[in-house]
Design a protein around this ligand. Sequence first.
Ligand code: NDP
Length: 390
Amino acid sequence: MTHNTEKPINRRQLLAAGAAASGALAASRAFAQDAQGQPLMGDPQLPEAAAQRTGWAVVGLGTFAVGQVMPGFLAASRARMTAFVSGNPDKAAMLGQRYGVERLYSYDNYDQIADADDIECVYIVLPVGLHAEYTIRALEAGKHVLCEKPMASTSTECERMIAAARANDRRLGVAYRIHFEPTNQVAAQHIANGDLGTLRHIRCEHGFPANPQWPPHAWRLQRALAGGGSMFDIGIYGLNTALMAAAGDAVVEVSGLYSYDRSDPRFAEVEGGVDWRLRLASGAIVSGSSSYSYSPYISRQTYIGDKGNITMSPACTYYDNEGVIDTGNGPQPLGAGPAATQFASQLDGFTDAVREGLAHLTPGEMGLRDIALIEAIYASADNGGIPVTV
Ligand code: NDP
């Protein structure tokens, strides 16, 4: 896979990406021209001085937090890390030293974040089964919360999280980073512009080989910590990204069929693969597969309309998303900015929502919608694939 930073980009694509990013407000901020009138990727506002930035606590210092979230803060313009919450004091101290973060909490004294004025936002990067508890505790401590995907183990937990955000008048977002990822933003804008004509089919394939010996995969195979199986963890990218592209087209019917080896001991507690389908109000069909047995990793989205199509592979990775659009003249690269900007853009986007009292681009209600849809997919699959009306 190659980085796509060298590809030519044009102003229309840049503006399109900005508009898809977070509405007119973010679009007006997302792109600017340099002194020669050339378009610039990124945020035209100068990064704020550290003391001006909104302070965040990172909760759970695991693979994703250390590998992607923390570097994302270094690239952000308006967000900074001011606290870590961890069950491992040595790791927290080491990371605190590396990033200049002095406030270190355990899960036991976590509620004391209420007393820290330099923590305004909390980023929950824990196993899924812990999302609801730690999100609600942070909301009750008066903090705004960005919670990793999938939002929680059940739709009931999602509803409790949303209720806590409302009761405490705090913002709640789900960290669907793809909404901030340039290539997916350009794809979504082409669809919104009608460049593909009427959208008829969206195909989504997402999966990787789950390794039960590796701790970050081990909890994904335990129902209490994972909530569900591959659809919760990786298939959700296809579902959420498809519905982003289908902007506003409501889901009316859902179905699913399991597609994994029932004798595989990895899947004693959670599903290891599912084929799923959504029928949208417009008549368009979204269908996908999700698996913990794909090897190598697959991350693929295809959008097919009656005037053109978009193929993206890989579609939802951290650094290397690629796509082509074909409207009758052969495949043309979507050509967008580097995927890695999604992490900082997401942090700044949530910070902006907090500062301006607006809903985040990917609010808790979106997380609830997706968990409810996955529950309906499972209900259908448990019943031999009989469609479920939603
Ligand atoms: P890891 O297992 O690597 O990290 C989870 C961390 O949570 C641990 O390191 C630990 O941190 C803490 N933790 C607290 N209690 C437990 C427990 N009982 N079992 C395991 N860990 C515990 O997982 P990931 O980093 O891969 O995933 C974390 C979250 O991020 C999940 O919600 C996942 O879905 C999401 N994610 C999102 C991605 C994205 O692209 N948006 C990609 C990957 C993951 P400590 O030692 O500090 O207490």
